[in-house]
Structures are given as C-alpha cells and as structure tokens.
Design a protein around this ligand. Structure first.
Ligand code: ZN
Length: 293
C-alpha cells in the first residue's frame, strides 16, 4: 500500500462527473504532533485540511500556487479553526483551543455555530476572493458542498473522514464529486445512491489506498482514475518567513513596541508550524521609526 499522501483525479459516468480525492493521513498526523491536537481537534482540523486541498484542486485555474483557506469561526470549544491548502499539495492548519474540556464531543459540536469564510487567492499577485456562509451544523463536508453551490455554482457531493486511534491519526482523506451541468438526472441518482451506501470513508482509508477507496465508493458507475501523472503529492508544509512573522508587529502601537524594546526584543511563534522568530530591540525600534515618519 502506498503510504504517502496525495491528491488524485478521476471521472465517473462517462464524463458526467469529475472526481478529486485526497489521502491526507500523514499530513493530519503531522498537524496533530505539531499542534498538540486532541482527537476531536484532529478530527475537525483533518477534515478542514482535506477540504481545503480538495477545493484548491477543484477550483484550480491553471495557477500552480493557488491556495484555498477555510476559516471556521464557531462558538464551540475549539474556537477558530483554519486550514490552508494549495493546488501544489501544501497544507497546514491551526486550532485556537486544541484540547477542549469535553473530549467526547464530535467535531461538529466542537466547532459549533458560526461562520465559514473561504478565501482563495494566487500569491503574490491578485486580490484574494473571499466568501462567507453560516455553518449549517451538519458537518464540514456539507458546509463545503453548500459553499460550492452558493459561491461557485458547482453542484457537488463532498465526503471527508478522519479516524483517530490511541496512538494518533490512523487515516484521513476525502472525495469531492463535481456534477457537470450536462449530468443527467439518472446519473445524479446513481451517484447519490453510491454515496448513501458507502461505508465511512475513514474506515475504508485505514484499509485501502485512496485509489481503491474511490473505486469502492463509486463501483458500478464507470469510475476511472485519470492518468497517474496528474497525482500530486501532499504534505504538511508551512511557508512562513521571517518577514511575514514581523508583519503583525508592524501593526502594534508604539507603547506595545516600546515595552518589547525595553525587554530586549520579542519572539513570534508561527501558529501553523511552531517555528520561532526572534526580533531584537533594533528591529522593533525601526518599526517605531516608521510610525514617526
Ligand atoms: Zn510556519
């Protein structure tokens, strides 16, 4: 069995449907280790991370560095949950409160009611495209489906799964099935039936590579994976830099900066990867000088 995480593509029902699927087990396990996630936080963030990768691939406009950020702001104990995925297979995440008091909560209750903001952009040029929907309370996959319909006019079905075992994340992944406008009623009904009958995705993923998981879910509807040359490796990668870590400090007022200068400098910890950036008093002084200018 292939162990490495990846994004694959396929078609179903004679080209009526486009299928994108991701195996993200290692990336979600890496997030769990870096961010000290409880099982419920790994479940929620793992679904969100997988969703961001699937969306980045689905909405690909032939720009290799396009990214999709999913920002869940709910009233549940996890607080803000952020997942960032790119067409190139980079993904990273953040959970404000990774260890809630009640460990038995399911991922949806742990996020709670609130909003999902979807940001998609192509750095460095271009203004990001932002869209917001209210969380429906029926799971991250359903929220992504609603986003695709409302903001992108794409009819789709989304399946996401994360399986936690005692020693960590045992499996994680997802599938998005996009119905093209020419898909017939019968074809849509057949796909819906397959999705309804499918065993939980995370259980399949624990036993099978993603290629076989998709083939199992979509058996009998003429599913074909596209050339393996389109397979994209996925990894937990943070592209933070010293400059980007400094940027929020530039927004602080002079009083806050002077306090840090008196302390001899400050440290900024990246919320996605834990990398630490030290800034000396001289660099902070330069920021206050800019304010005076
Ligand atoms: Zn980072």
């Amino acid at each position: 069995m292939l162990e490495h995480d990846r994004l694959i593509q396929g078609m179903a029902v004679d080209g009526h449907f486009r299928v994108i699927a991701a195996q993200t087990t290692t990336a979600v396990e890496t997030a769990r280790e870096i961010l000290d996630l409880s099982p419920v936080a790994a479940d929620a963030l793992g679904r969100a991370m997988t969703g961001s990768l699937l969306l980045a691939r689905l909405l690909d406009k032939d720009v290799r560095n396009q990214y999709v950020t999913l920002r869940f702001e709910g009233n549940g104990p996890l607080g803000t949950v952020i997942a960032d995925g790119s067409v190139g297979g980079n993904v990273r995440g953040y959970v404000a409160n990774p260890v809630p008091d009640d460990p038995l909560l399911d991922a949806d209750s742990a996020i709670g009611n609130g909003s999902l903001t979807v940001i998609r952009g192509t750095p460095p040029a271009g203004k990001p495209y932002t869209s917001q929907i209210l969380l429906g309370g029926n799971g991250i996959a359903t929220d992504i489906t609603r986003y695709l319909m409302r903001s992108e006019q794409i009819a789709s079905a989304v399946l996401l799964g994360v399986l936690n075992r005692r020693d960590g994340v045992a499996s994680a992944g997802g599938i998005v099935i996009q119905a093209f406008p020419h898909a017939t009623e019968e074809a849509i009904a057949a796909i819906e039936q397959r999705i309804k009958e499918a065993p939980p995705l995370s259980t399949l993923l624990e036993k099978l590579p993603i290629e076989d998981v998709v083939a199992t879910v979509l058996h009998g509807v003429n599913y074909k994976q596209i050339d393996a040359g389109y397979t994209i490796p996925v990894s937990y990668t943070c592209q933070c830099t010293r400059d980007r870590a400094l940027a929020p400090l530039a927004l602080l007022g002079d009083d806050d900066l002077r306090e840090m200068i008196d302390e001899g400098g400050t440290e900024v910890v990246c919320q996605f990867c834990g990398r630490k950036y030290q800034f000396g008093a001289d660099e902070l002084l330069a920021l206050t000088a800019k304010h005076d200018a």
